[in-house]
Ligand binder design. Sequence first.
Ligand code: AVI
Length: 331
Amino acid sequence: MVTYSTELASAENAERAEVLELHSIDRDSVIELRRGFFSDPPSLPSKYFYDQAGSVLFDEICELDEYYPTRTEASIMGASVDAMVDAIGPAGRLIEYGSGSSLKTRLLLEHVHADVTYVPVDISSDYLTEVAEGLRLEFPRRRIAPIAADFTRPFQLPSSGAGRARDVVYFPGSTIGNFRPSFAATLLSQMRNQVGTGGGLLIGFDLQKDSAVLEAAYDDRRGITALFNLNLLRHLNRVAGGDFDLDSYRHVALYNDRDHRIEMYLESCREQTVTLAGHTRTLSKSHRILTELSHKYTIDGFTEMAAASGWQREQIWTDANEYFAVGMFRS
Ligand code: AVI
């Protein structure tokens, strides 16, 4: 029989669970969330796209006809892997920022010098351990030395020892484009400081192109990108005490010609009140919440940004349409 006190206890438990969930993101993240969502225009950090459901949706995005970056980068890598491996040389370590499943790295791991240690860096330590174990089975001779870290904050690489060959940072997928140029430059400088003089950077970045191609890539016909965008609200409902009603937002993706970037929003379909991380605000009908920026560069523009962060361009590989580029830089 359900009594008043058991109901009360379960309400208390629910409340406690909610508080615990709220604490499942750290204090800095709560502050970051509040700062973005309770200002105007409101924004939410893109990192909340990637819970388990979001990672599955992102994998689906990568397979979409309209979403050209993944397939184009893979074809550039496939066509020029020998030249890239030469450019990497007998590096001490190949350090991958935000390695995730390390899927894009397998091609390099099959080809790079046998002495190269692979250092995947990822925020999710459980997933990192699992992926590293799989890689050790797949590449039994390769040294794999994972580091659990949030690469958007400064982190320490273990010392590579005197006389070791140079380190190379690998940053594929045009993830650099998801940061505002000022922060992208900070990240490039952080990488430069980690590898020191003579180090390398192999990086994928997306290029400017027709806005219709870009908008289709971020607003596909099957609506997978829309689900990916909306999933961010579901994730925040779970981990940050949000009460977003997913049915009352629509996905919007626009190319901003002036700043050369795709801007993704969730647009409120009606006036509504939302609670997040313990605070409440009102959104009017058509109010847009910014959820992601994806900057598109020219090869020269990217080279200039890299140079300002201490990187000299060595080589650029691109595809026949010049949709995407992979660059090798030296510090
Ligand atoms: C992860 N990042 C490079 C993707 C991009 O293209 O900016 C994220 C993405 N958002 C929507 N589709 C893909």
